[in-house]
Write a protein that binds this ligand. Structure first.
Ligand SMILES: [Zn+2]
Length: 99
């Protein structure tokens, strides 16, 4: 009787350990940050109720360059370029070629 219980505990323990190690392994394979794993472009964070509820520490992302969408680990974000001010945007028109 104890042999059967011991056998079930050992086999069940290895089954659970395998699932835990596989989860950790695949979690570490997910890239960190906000770069697309396909084209290395900056991705946009999108809202996905299901994934954000199940994995709140992951970043649901969409790449507008190649259309990839998936999960990324939270990490350092790429620096953004500041938007040109309204004066800089209008300066080429105002200072254009004059006859
Ligand atoms: Zn991409």
């Amino acid at each position: 009787m104890w042999d059967a219980v011991l056998c079930i505990l050992i086999i069940g323990g290895f089954f659970v350990l395998r699932a835990v190690f596989a989860t950790i392994f695949f979690l570490l394979l997910i890239p960190e940050g906000d770069r697309c794993p396909n084209c290395d472009a900056v991705t946009l964070r999108i809202e996905s109720r299901g994934w954000n509820f199940l994995l709140p520490r992951m970043r649901t992302s969409w790449c507008f360059e190649c259309g990839w969408h998936g999960l990324l680990r939270n990490g350092p974000l790429s620096p953004t370029q500041p938007l040109p001010s309204s004066a800089e945007r209008q300066s080429p028109r105002a200072g254009g070629v004059q006859p």
